[in-house]
Design a protein around this ligand. Sequence first.
Ligand SMILES: C[S@@+](CC[C@H](N)C(=O)[O-])C[C@H]1O[C@@H](n2cnc3c(N)ncnc32)[C@H](O)[C@@H]1O
Length: 217
Amino acid sequence: MPEIRKKLPPLLAGVRRSVLEIGAGTGLITTSLADWTPAEIFALEPSAGMRAVLLSRLSSRPELLKRVTVLPCDALSVDLDEPAEAVVMINVMYALEPDYRQRLWPVLAAQLAPAGLLVFTWRAGGPPPPHPLQEMASRQVGRHTYTVLSEIVESDDEACRARYLYRITEGAKVISEEEITGYAYRPGWDVLQRELAGAGFTQAEGAERLLTRLQDL
Ligand SMILES: C[S@@+](CC[C@H](N)C(=O)[O-])C[C@H]1O[C@@H](n2cnc3c(N)ncnc32)[C@H](O)[C@@H]1O
């Protein structure tokens, strides 16, 4: 996140009118986009749970409520009234199935004004190899400890299947445990380049270095 905060503002320096954010999540980037640019922000987020936090974050910043519109749809369904100057997609690529991703680029291209900017983060190096369940992060909240554990069950060239355990404990006692299994995708840069070129995108000067730097999100 600190890397994003450093690298994204200069890229968006010329943006004045509108930004489309794909997969806004809880709005961590959304409010920053609004701080960095004078533009109107369209924050697209398909998950109702994420949108609830996003809207709550926005209501704690009343001055932003006139400038940020939350779009409750998935990325393929986006249809803005006017083209955006920039599309920003931070930490979302892993969630997009290859077929979906390929269909997404032309949709985003159609939402962009001529010479508009598409900025995304992406992790190089392909999917991680399988590993057993291990702790990723742990936070104390009052008397409870929230822990996220993950396991990579299997992986191939582009995809891996991951199992996540969300555990809440009080001392040695487990209060709740929720398990989620899903796929994550890490396409190679050559694959992305081909797809993007096919949708009419050209790489901006300096962007490759930026993308490489941003991969450590
Ligand atoms: C890890 S979060 C990142 C949120 C935010 N961009 C950030 O960096 O804080 C990934 C987000 O992508 C969203 N997402 C997943 N699939 C999507 C899709 N097909 N279209 C739009 N958003 C999607 C998820 O709902 C989730 O909010």
